[in-house]
Design a protein around this ligand. Structure first.
Ligand code: HEM
Length: 272
């Protein structure tokens, strides 16, 4: 069914019962000889539902917008949580083995969720669950990315074209599931409590190598891009606030509201 046009899929969908469609998907999965037959079935069904226009992404966007402000949560916005969810879902990508990445939404499963760097991201997923229930045709992997896009736009950042089509893994045995350890670990290789003659934490060179090569270099980012990314206020604001107890500043005071300060981290001219 993968090569069919949208019109053909719509025609097929309107002529066949769900039982017939499932049987066809199962047959295709068996014939594909894929090591992940459930993933093939899920892909076929999701593609069909997307092709039929079953998901109105503008409606999903509106739902996400209405969710962003939450005075009971943290400093009043779920936005940063959604940005981190989207980034951690993408930040496991390995172009060499073609494993990890946003596609699959593997963080729903223990195999990826249990990465200690993913602590706290279950909450982000849970907040989006009612939207997934309301729009079952959207994949989790698309929803997580779209939630971050909506927040970035809503908080004064650039409007980014959203391309749906990510397909969720059927289970944690999906071949593309990433191993634990692909996300940046802020203290990896650091020898706790020990400093060099310049007062730097022992192991800082190896930590720098981890961030540069093991994480961002692996995904193809240049040094410049890596520095820009990790120096972004997204990260520093959160880390500063959480770990050093410093006051919350700037856009984080009310990041998803229309009157919030435009986040300068997004307003880059590209001249960096
Ligand atoms: C060296 C790379 C990075 C490290 C070590 C790092 C580490 C962290 C840590 C430890 C937290 C606090 C987590 C918590 O307790 O809730 C955090 C939060 C956050 N990070 Fe990063 N991060 C990195 C890169 C990035 C990048 C590239 C982005 C965005 C693209 C990002 C976006 C965020 C956001 C939005 C939060 C706040 C989440 C919230 O408030 O719930 N981080 N980061």
């Amino acid at each position: 069914m993968g090569a069919k046009t949208k019109a053909e899929v719509v025609e097929y969908a309107s002529k066949h019962t769900i039982e017939e469609k499932l049987t066809a998907a199962v047959n295709e999965a068996i014939l594909s000889n894929s090591p992940d037959p459930l993933g093939v079935i899920a892909a076929i069904l999701q593609r069909e539902s997307a092709a039929r226009g079953a998901v109105d992404y503008d409606l999903v966007r509106n739902e996400i917008k209405s969710l962003l402000e939450n005075q009971l949560w943290d400093d009043g916005s779920l936005g940063p949580k959604f940005v981190r969810l989207a980034w951690h879902s993408s930040g496991t990508w390995d172009p060499v083995t073609k494993t990890g990445g946003s596609n699959g939404a593997g963080m729903r499963f223990e195999a990826e969720r249990s990465d200690p760097e993913n602590n706290g991201l279950m909450e982000g997923q849970a907040f989006l669950e009612p939207i997934k229930k309301k729009f079952p045709g959207i994949s989790y992997s698309d929803l997580w990315v779209l939630a971050a896009y909506v927040f970035i736009e809503q908080s004064g950042g650039p409007a980014m074209e959203f391309t749906p089509g990510r397909v969720d893994h059927a289970d944690e045995n999906a071949p593309a599931m990433p191993p634990i350890g692909r996300l940046p670990a802020a203290e990896k290789y650091i020898v706790k409590g020990q400093q060099d003659e310049q007062g730097r934490a022992m192991g800082w060179e190896k930590l720098a190598m981890h961030i540069r090569d093991e994480v961002f270099g692996r995904m193809g980012f240049t040094d410049r891009e890596t520095v820009a990314l990790i120096r972004g206020a997204t990260c520093t604001a959160a880390v500063t606030r959480r770990t050093l107890g410093m006051p919350v500043r700037g856009w984080r005071n009310r990041p998803s509201g229309p009157t919030s300060t435009p986040p300068t981290w997004l307003a880059t001219t590209g001249d960096w």
